[in-house]
Write a protein of this length. Structure first.
Length: 437
């Protein structure tokens, strides 16, 4: 029973945006679409453990969600017109007759033709419509990204709150206000006009990047990476690249994701333990993803529209070029981070500059002390008070400087801020080894 429920939860997360997009085509009410989708998930929890998971869960969820939406509309007066409601019901009833809908064969729906499931080319357009709607300029930037993570990425409120370094209650309120704003402002479910695209693309790419970041180190998961979510981010990014072929940053983001995802098989060993970059078997890195990523970043940089994703991709390309960790060009990486900081000054980028600088000469203890002083200034600023990597890096500095007692406290703090079990295990083992010596 539990395995089926776990599978339903995984499916629900993966299929969120497809079901919501299908519903939005008819209903144009984001909150109603979300509620209907949740009703469909509840129905799946009731039927799938008994009847089995259908061959095409997406088709099953879309059809069930449409039916739940119609039931709600029939009880209320909030549909655009009575005529549309009748037409909507007639279509659904015809669909149900074709599908021979009833509880006894509900799990067989997916194997039959489904008029609510558009072909792949249409799905691509629907996803773009959905993400442009969530990222409408009528919403503030944080609301845009948060809503997109919920609707496009299928993340739960807790996961989104973690990405924003805030609490779940605050994020829940932000999401509610965003959906209310969409309804109040009558934000359309459509692709923007061509002249409006340049002003909208940055937030779209930010959203895809947030989705990918959640996949790279999964929140509240026993697996290090959510591969399916990462592939969804790649798919979205490819769609944007196709939709806007002259945009260099979309190519830069796709390159970044591919170059990082190329290392996925080397990040966890055969026993399921985390493997840091310096100890990874580079023979396990995906050559095809690296090759495509490097070609994309070369193409993007020649377009002379330099941006943060291109710089981040170039940094990851430096890692891909190194035959081993010792041959990593940390000077070049540091220079790239310096350029990135000029574009987007933030304490996280400054933290990475410090890490790259210290790696240029780990034997120079004076340099290590200087970099640790800079690190302490970032911590004192408190903007990264809940940012786990800050304390993991701090612990590494303190270990190298021989300050073990302080290093233990830093590791304790890092562990307390970590929500991924594999990372917790890695940091805990590091702490235990420190205690033994």
């Amino acid at each position: 029973m539990k395995s089926v429920q776990d599978k339903i939860n995984q499916i629900a997360k993966a299929e969120t945006r497809y079901v919501i997009a299908s519903l939005m085509n008819k209903l144009r009410d984001l909150q109603l679409c979300e509620d209907s989708f949740q009703d469909a998930i509840i129905s799946a929890l009731q039927h799938w453990p008994k009847n089995g998971v259908p061959n095409s869960p997406r088709a099953w969820l879309i059809t069930t969600a449409h039916r739940r939406a119609l039931d709600f509309l029939k009880r209320g007066q909030n549909f655009r017109s009575k005529t549309e409601l009748i037409q909507y019901e007639v279509q659904l009833n015809a669909d149900e007759n074709n599908l021979k809908w009833n509880d006894a064969i509900e799990n067989q729906v997916s194997s039959m033709p489904n008029p609510h499931l558009p072909p792949n080319s249409e799905i691509d357009d629907e996803q773009l419509k959905l993400i442009f709607m969530c990222c409408h300029p009528a919403l503030n930037k944080q609301a845009q990204i948060a809503l997109s993570l919920k609707i496009i990425g299928g993340l739960c409120t807790e996961e989104i709150a973690s990405a924003f370094l805030t609490n779940e209650a605050t994020m829940a309120q932000r999401l509610v206000r965003a959906k209310q704003k969409i309804k109040k402002a009558s934000i359309a479910f459509k692709l923007p006009a061509t002249q409006d695209l340049p002003s909208r693309i940055d937030i779209i790419l930010s959203t895809i990047y947030f989705i990918y970041n959640e996949s790279y180190v999964a929140t509240n998961s026993e697996s290090l990476t959510k591969v399916n979510l990462a592939e969804e981010a790649i798919g979205l990014c490819r769609n944007v690249c196709h939709f806007m072929p002259n945009n260099a940053e979309s190519k830069g983001l796709l390159a970044l994701i591919l170059l990082q995802l190329a290392r996925i098989d080397a990040r966890v060993d055969a026993k399921g333990a985390f493997v840091p970059l310096e100890h990874q078997d580079r023979n396990l890195w995906n050559i095809n993803k690296i090759s495509e990523g490097k070609q994309l970043i070369i193409t993007a940089l020649t377009m002379q529209q330099i941006g943060k994703y291109q710089l981040l991709a170039a940094i990851n390309s430096c890692h891909a070029d190194a035959k081993n960790f010792a041959e990593t060009d940390w000077q070049q990486i540091k220079l790239l981070y310096d350029q990135l900081y000029k574009l987007e000054p933030s304490p996280i980028i400054l933290l990475n500059i410090i890490v790259a600088q210290r790696q240029t000469d780990l034997a120079d203890m004076q340099l290590q002390e200087q970099m640790f002083t800079k690190l302490s200034l970032i911590e004192a600023g408190k903007k990264l008070a809940t940012y786990q990597p800050l304390f993991a890096v701090k612990a590494d500095f303190l270990i190298r400087l021989g300050r073990k007692a302080e290093a233990k406290k830093a590791l304790d703090k890092a562990i307390s801020l970590t929500h991924n079990q594999i990372e917790i295990n890695y940091l805990t083992e590091k702490l235990n080894n420190l205690c033994l010596h």
